[in-house]
Design a protein around this ligand. Structure first.
Ligand code: SF4
Length: 491
């Protein structure tokens, strides 16, 4: 097989995993990649963090050699791997193999006493079923290619690890041995490879949308496959609704056709509001909420970042670290609105300076409003644990917090434009149509996190300034939006 053929006809590991989720997804990926959805900022972040973890985990088995792959033909990667194996090398990163029409790259191969040990690195905090099929496929290819494999293991993040000083790799990562488990998947893997190869030689498989579109991953062809779903459909119903796809398969797609008796009370309200373009407002519910507030009123919003590898002491993997807040304050009814904000800059640990400024900015005896307040409360509790000397002041802030989402979550206020959601991104444009995230460079928390990470490492001053402004604008709109929602409730 020449180099070009090898590249074009093989199944890669990621393609096999894609095919396991849905044959149509694999078909589209191979034959119609132009139909793929744009990569979201959240997916991009996930991919980047996975790469970083993979590179970090190599230090568990240091001084290995890497099989270069950027711009290197697959056949050459396989030859280079074979040369490394027959040499004196004990550890190989990205070792390349091909067997049964499947090409794989092993994250870490280590020469053990009884054979080669395979370590597949995952950036997740636990092991999922799909990970087992992933290593089972690799085991099939490695052994089929003639490599004696004595161990198959998954290396994943231990989310109970708390950093204290330099990162301790053996505590940060958990190594789970699945040598015995992979054998159980052998028959399934062999027949699935054959089914996928056969499928790719035919036309597009007739697979309809279903639960598999988001399990185990969000498919990136949903824009194409879901285009027949109309606005105001059964898939817009919020909350738990297990029968969604059962009804879809019975031909019920439009919201108007969903029988009331399968819906909960809030879902029936959503259906009625949408179909009749009607808003539901309980003056009593709003009054009860407003009566629980007092001046000075603070409107607080945090933006946070998380890392699989904790960057500072006291942090667990993936623990959320506030890097920014925006705080609007109304001292009393009719007073001018004041604004305070904080945005971390540089890569140094900024948690203490953020906390100190926040405690200075929030006036004594204030009532603090947050939207979906459990999140802000969680971050404040973290800050109290990191800085116990400030815990009393932080506890006082926590006990003053009221949740501005409450009237919407409890359906005291429901606008049909909210489409069943009470997130601020749905509530704000419904209540205050002139306020929108559309004009901003950053329009959601994931984009903000990406921009912050970029700003931290960028050496281009102009770019840094641009990102800083975009981050400040975004966070300011969140807390200002809360003020506008509060004012609308008062009306
Ligand atoms: S959107 Fe659903 S049906 Fe379409 S390719 Fe993806 S998983 Fe398959």
């Amino acid at each position: 097989m020449n180099k070009i053929d090898l590249q074009n006809t093989l199944l890669s590991k990621s393609q096999f995993i894609r095919g396991l989720q849905c044959h149509k997804s694999l078909y589209l990926h191979r034959h119609h990649p132009e139909l793929r959805d744009e990569v979201s900022s959240a997916q991009q972040a996930l991919f980047q963090s996975g790469q970083n973890v993979g590179e970090f985990a190599r230090e568990l088995f240091p001084e290995g050699i890497i099989i270069q792959y950027e711009g290197v033909p697959l056949s050459e990667q396989i030859e280079n791997t074979a040369a490394a194996i027959s040499g004196e090398v004990d550890t190989i990163y990205e070792a390349a193999f091909c067997y049964d029409g499947v090409f794989i790259k092993a994250d870490i191969l280590h020469r053990g006493r009884h054979g080669w040990e395979l370590y597949e690195v995952k950036s997740s905090a636990g092991v999922k079923d799909i990970h087992l099929r992933d290593v089972a496929l690799q085991y099939h290819v490695l052994t089929g290619a003639g490599l004696p494999v004595s161990k198959v293991a998954l290396v994943h993040i231990n989310n109970r690890y708390i950093r204290n000083g330099a990162v301790e790799l053996k505590k940060l990562f958990t190594i789970s041995d699945f040598t015995k488990t992979v054998a159980q998947y052998r028959e399934e893997i062999i027949s699935e490879i054959s089914r996928q190869k056969q499928m790719l030689c035919g036309g597009m498989p007739a697979i309809d949308i279903g639960e598999h579109c988001t399990n185990p991953y969000d498919c990136d062809f949903m824009g194409y496959c879901w285009q027949h779903i109309p606005l105001d459909s059964i898939f817009d119903i919020s909350g738990r609704f297990a029968q969604r796809f059962d009804l879809y398969r019975q031909g019920i797609v439009r919201l108007a056709d969903v029988p009331d008796d399968v819906l909960s009370k809030p879902q029936r309200q959503q259906k009625r509001a949408t179909l009749e373009k009607r808003n539901f407002i309980s003056a009593r519910g709003i009054k009860r909420f407003l009566d629980s507030l007092h001046y000075p009123l603070c409107f607080l919003d945090f933006e946070c970042v998380s890392f699989p590898i904790p960057p500072y002491d006291g942090l667990r993997p993936y623990q959320h670290i506030p890097y920014q807040y925006s705080l609007h304050i109304l001292e009393r009814d009719g007073a001018a609105l004041q604004h305070f904000e904080y945005l971390a800059e540089g890569t140094a640990d900024h948690r203490q300076s953020l906390l100190e400024k926040l405690l200075r900015d929030i006036p004594p005896q204030a009532c603090v409003l947050a939207y979906n307040a459990a999140y802000e409360i969680g971050r404040l509790k973290d800050l109290a644990a990191w800085y116990p000397a400030q815990s009393k002041k932080i506890e006082a802030v926590i006990s003053s917090i009221r949740d501005l989402a409450e009237p919407f979550r409890g359906r005291a206020v429901y606008y049909y434009q909210m489409n069943g959601s009470y997130s601020i991104k749905s509530v704000l444009p419904a209540l205050v149509p002139e306020m929108s995230y559309d004009a901003l460079d950053i329009s959601d928390g994931n984009m903000a996190m990406q921009a912050f990470l970029q700003m931290m490492v960028s050496s281009n001053l102009q770019e840094k300034q641009r990102l800083k402004k975009a981050l400040l604008d975004y966070c300011r709109l969140d807390s200002l939006g809360m003020v506008k929602i509060y004012e609308t409730l008062k009306k």
